[in-house]
Write a new protein. Structure first.
Ligand code: UD1
Length: 420
């Protein structure tokens, strides 16, 4: 298993270009199951999670052509099976997004219950509730969800009990070809829901209200092919902004979706960073200034994303003053705390969803262990600011979600390498 060695203490300087979004591309790839015509996606990031989704789609019978440079073409003219096996689904929770399209295409699907990052129990009850309201009969058998809708799915009024991003996406994927109209109340408003809905509409679906709490879908008979671009990754951009400020550096990120990062930008400014947005470029300047501690609470969009919680925590560990981080989305997302403490951070947990951080002058290097994707990126930021050489074990998590991370950081002046 690879480890990453990072020698900290160098401020990040320079310019990078944001990559395509992992969380947007995965549902867009799953949408290719809904048409027999070609679906061409541009700016798909080179990531392990994308490879996993490609493997799953190929297993189902989709022809996947890698046209290089982030251009992938999918064609689901004839599917081979309606079963998504454990070995593929356990690697990534987003694999569960094939459930909706498979029931739609076959009237029957068998999809393993998902794995993914170890951040809480992460049930899929809302996905299943929505599908059953669309007329599917659902059973769970030996770790597999079996969904049957022999006469097809029928539109319905669905009210989600919790706001769920992939739950909303799975419901959209199932409802676009259902008979009649569907209304999703308490839908997720995240940009990755909007990009999926936009893509589906461009394929011929009739969806209104994506990006708001209520989404209305008028079922259509058929969807066509499409050629479209994956939006840029707001979480990747947020991660680099925090990394630049934490190292007291100055960077420009091009192709950055600043509108989607408004709350994040405001938080960084509250901590003392100078941020300048110009067109699609964001510049952050944190040179020669120690950040001020800030309280951060994760919220559904447009609040601070849970996927940036660990990164903000690292920033607070070396900021002036005391701060609180409250995690409102997942119940077990503080696994990075113990690792940060090993680097000299002063963090204590106050119950399952609150961490209290007392800023210290410096972090000091130590061997640490990556536990999930975003926790890993927080450890990388910690390594970039810690004195000495930090070793991060189980770095494979990073390759699930950050395209060209090593190259991008190296181009910004970081000193890092990988060893087996
Ligand atoms: C997606 C993102 C992930 C991000 C998360 C929250 C992808 C591939 N992943 O994950 O990076 O951290 O949104 O923004 O897009 N829940 C239920 N029942 C369900 C579904 C969810 O109780 O059926 C709960 C979860 O346990 C969690 C909360 O709802 O507490 C939000 O989870 P959800 O939005 O579904 O996260 P994901 O879609 O898995």
């Amino acid at each position: 298993m690879d480890k990453m060695l990072i020698t900290g203490g160098t401020p990040l300087y320079g310019e990078i270009v944001a990559s395509g979004s992992k969380n947007a591309s995965l549902p867009m790839m799953a949408a290719s199951l809904l048409t027999s015509e070609p679906v061409m996606l541009h700016r798909v990031p080179k990531l392990q999670d994308v490879n996993t989704m490609c493997d799953l789609l190929k297993h189902l019978g989709v022809t996947v052509s890698d046209l290089k440079s982030g251009n992938l073409q999918f064609q689901a003219s004839s599917l081979k099976t309606d079963t998504a096996p454990y070995d593929l689904v356990r690697k990534m929770r987003a694999s569960f997004l094939v459930l909706g399209p498979l029931v739609t295409r076959f009237g029957h699907a068998k999809v393993s219950l998902p794995g993914g990052c170890a951040i809480g129990t992460r049930p899929v009850d809302q996905h299943l509730k929505a599908l059953s309201q669309l007329g599917a009969e659902i059973t769970v058998d030996e770790g597999y969800v079996v969904a049957t809708a022999s006469n097809g799915l029928t539109g319905s009024n669905i009210c989600m009990d919790v706001v769920t991003v992939t739950g909303t996406q799975n419901t959209l994927l199932a409802a676009v070809l259902a008979r009649g109209s569907t209304r999703i109340e308490n839908a997720a408003c995240e940009p990755e829901v909007v990009s999926l809905a936009t893509m589906l509409n461009d394929m011929g679906a009739r969806i209104r209200g994506a990006g708001t709490r209520t989404i209305e879908i008028e079922g259509v008979d058929k969807l066509g092919g499409i050629s479209t671009q994956v939006p840029t990754d707001r979480i990747e951009v947020g991660t680099y902004l925090v990394a630049a400020f934490a190292t007291q550096g100055k960077i420009v990120i091009k192709d950055a979706p600043s509108g989607e990062l408004q709350t994040v930008i405001e938080k960084l400014e509250e901590a003392g960073a100078s941020i300048d947005v110009s067109g699609d470029a964001i510049q952050i300047d944190g040179t020669k200034r120690r950040p001020q501690s800030i309280n951060v609470e994760t919220e559904v969009y447009p609040g601070v994303p849970t996927d940036l919680q660990a990164q903000f925590m690292v920033l607070n560990t070396i900021s002036a003053g005391e701060s609180r981080i409250t995690e409102n989305i997942f119940e077990n997302r503080f696994m990075h705390v113990q690792e940060l403490v090993r680097l000299g951070a002063k963090v204590r947990l106050n119950g399952p969803s609150e961490a209290i951080i007392e800023g210290v002058d410096k972090l000091r290097s130590a061997p640490v262990m990556a536990t999930d994707l975003r926790a890993s990126s927080s450890l990388v930021i910690a390594g970039l600011i810690a004195e000495g050489q930090t070793t991060i074990n189980r770095i494979y998590h990073l390759d699930r979600g950050y395209e060209d991370l090593d190259q991008k950081l190296t181009s910004l002046g970081a000193t890092l390498s990988r060893v087996s």
